[in-house]
Design a protein around this ligand. Sequence first.
Ligand SMILES: NC(=O)c1ccc[n+]([C@@H]2O[C@H](COP(=O)([O-])OP(=O)(O)OC[C@H]3O[C@@H](n4cnc5c(N)ncnc54)[C@H](OP(=O)(O)O)[C@@H]3O)[C@@H](O)[C@H]2O)c1
Length: 387
Amino acid sequence: MTQTLCNPTQEADLRSLLRELGAEAEKFRFQVAPNPCVGAAVLAGGRVIARGFHEHWGEQHAEPAALKAAERSGVPQSEWDTLVITLEPCSSDGKTPACTDHILKSGIQRVVVSELDPDPRHRGSGLELLQQAGLEVTLIEGGVRLSEVAPHFLRWNELERVRRPRPWVIAKWAQTRAGQLTPPEGIGEGRWISSAESLDEVQQWRSSVDAILTGVGTVRADDPRMTVRAPGDPSKAPARVVLDTELSTPLDATILKPVSGTTEAGGPTWLIARAGADGVRHRALVEAGAEIAQLKGNSSGQVSLRATLDWLWDRGARRVLLECGPTLLESFLRNRFVDQVCIYTGEINGGRGPSMAEWLTPDRFTTRLDRSSGTDSVLEAFPRSLG
Ligand SMILES: NC(=O)c1ccc[n+]([C@@H]2O[C@H](COP(=O)([O-])OP(=O)(O)OC[C@H]3O[C@@H](n4cnc5c(N)ncnc54)[C@H](OP(=O)(O)O)[C@@H]3O)[C@@H](O)[C@H]2O)c1
């Protein structure tokens, strides 16, 4: 049991605890985006008995995580007196039940929060609900600022994006030292750049999203499966979506084949073509296992990215992984539809195709994290201009 002391009537103590929670919560920013990073702590008699954080998108929020940790602390529930949270608790069911329900069930009588929910549709409603239920609610503004720990969540809630929403796009790619996405001929079977550890991470990325997006160029060049395997969770295999203007996906492409099992699974495969694409190809591809959506084209006659993102949103996709070649990737970057990047740079020199180097100047990113994965160096960041 942690022995951190915090006098819940001393604002200085609460501010210091909030700062600690904010710093710890921020470590999960790339795993939870577009959700905010949130931390919570349960106090009993001036002692912090448990902490919890929102660690994975679509999974448990910080409040139930802290309450569960409090159960494990051995301190009787009747002694839990205060819940300190870096952000107002949610009061409506989403991917998980409302946090206000967890708080009410816990019997805790006092809640301290540091920021109101920036979403204009929910702002203040979580605190109001708790107050109406008789809890004492304290707002310590500025204890942890969302603009510092989760600027991406403020962008996600910008009026323009709320008015015309689109899924959160995480662009993940592997590149050589020269910033190219295809290795030189004869290296990595002409395809592989990353270390085994990074390939494992990709499986985890895949099971953390609603859809994987790729281009028909990748399907033709690599014939990928786009499935989820261990250490990812095959029970959470996302839809596989291929942008394929003229329905030129080969009829025997592996991505069209259903894969469902406990060790490997793939979601349904959707081909996104432009309206009016060839009817014969359409029928043949449906027979081969594809589902097909025909959307409007852009000014160059290719599938419109905006229409694709609208289509995905309407089907419930909120977080998607872009795993494509340089052509579609540059289209997404140019149109500012990339919200987050995860870039694996392998130890390979040279390469084929355009280099991404011009997109990777330091001024393009906020809150970046540089780390390693096996022999690869990894950059995770939110592009500065998200809109
Ligand atoms: N290192 C990595 O992370 C990685 C990942 C994936 C692929 N790759 C490599 O990338 C290479 C393939 O590159 P690629 O550029 O051809 O593949 P791609 O970017 O996956 O696919 C490009 C195709 O997408 C289609 N598309 C549809 N709508 C589009 C739009 N609005 N904007 C742009 N494209 C649109 C276009 O074909 P249509 O107009 O015919 O539809 C375009 O030719 C392969 O060598 C593969 O190994 C590397």
